[in-house]
Design a protein. Structure first.
Ligand code: TZP
Ligand code: MG
Length: 224
């Protein structure tokens, strides 16, 4: 199986796309700027709409050889032949999702606590989404904000495993450097990527926004 590059992980938010830009244009510009994974997150669409947005997203992602992940919905992932799913703590357990998805499918899990990270590892997740790191306008949070040190503590739960980690929640190019540095665990485990919604989607220049994130991430990796 190919190694996934999680470095600049875009989570969609169609309602945040600025007026005058379409969802498809915004997404394509973001991919041109260096987004490496796309997750379609749809909290308001009905199933039919969700499938059609996911299918449209897949067509665009394929042009850039970027994997497509579907938030919450195994059925939507199967319907469009996505590369994987992202599950919340309240969604289907990983073991069941694995049984339904084709072999090699990517499964990611949202984790707020270190215990949740350890559970996700045991259950066979491919990656964890750790957060929220900072406050965010994009989602009304139901779990505590953990801060960069909090991310580091959760990364300790991944040491010695092949499970990847991205951080999410309020990440911007302005805070990316300190987010990456401040979250390295005591034993040197670092993030594999950062997931953002508004920093890219709400931008009038999604390409430049993605480029900035990508550049900072590459500089960080170079140092590791
Ligand atoms: N999960 C935790 S925070 C968040 C999600 C989906 C939203 C992050 O959005 P933004 O705009 O990057 O802060
Ligand atoms: Mg969910």
């Amino acid at each position: 199986m190919v190694d996934i590059d999680y470095s600049v992980y875009l989570v969609t938010g169609r309602e945040l796309v600025p007026p005058g830009k379409t969802y498809a244009d915004s997404l394509e510009e973001a991919l041109q700027g260096g987004v490496t994974v796309v997750q379609v997150r749809e909290k308001t669409a009905d199933t039919g709409e969700f499938i059609s947005i996911a299918a449209q997203t897949k067509t665009i992602c394929q042009k850039y050889y970027v994997p497509l992940i579907i938030n919450d919905r195994i059925d939507v992932a199967l319907a469009v032949g996505a590369d994987g799913v992202h599950l919340g703590q309240e969604d289907m357990p990983i073991a069941q999702a694995r049984q339904l998805l084709p072999s090699g499918a990517i499964i990611g899990v949202s984790c707020n606590t270190r215990e949740q990270v350890e559970e996700a590892v045991k259950a066979g997740a491919d990656y964890v989404g750790i957060g929220a790191v900072y406050g965010t306008q994009t989602k009304s949070l139901t779990s505590p904000i953990i801060g960069v040190r909090g991310v580091g503590v959760r990364l300790e739960g991944l040491e010695g495993t092949g499970v990847k980690a991205v951080a999410i929640g309020g990440i911007k190019s302005e805070n990316l450097w300190r987010t990456l540095h401040g979250s390295v665990s005591r034993n040197g485990r670092a993030l594999d990527g950062v997931a953002v919604v508004s920093e890219i989607v709400a931008s009038n220049e999604p390409k430049a926004a993605a480029e900035k994130l990508s550049k900072v991430f590459k500089a960080f990796q170079w140092e590791q």
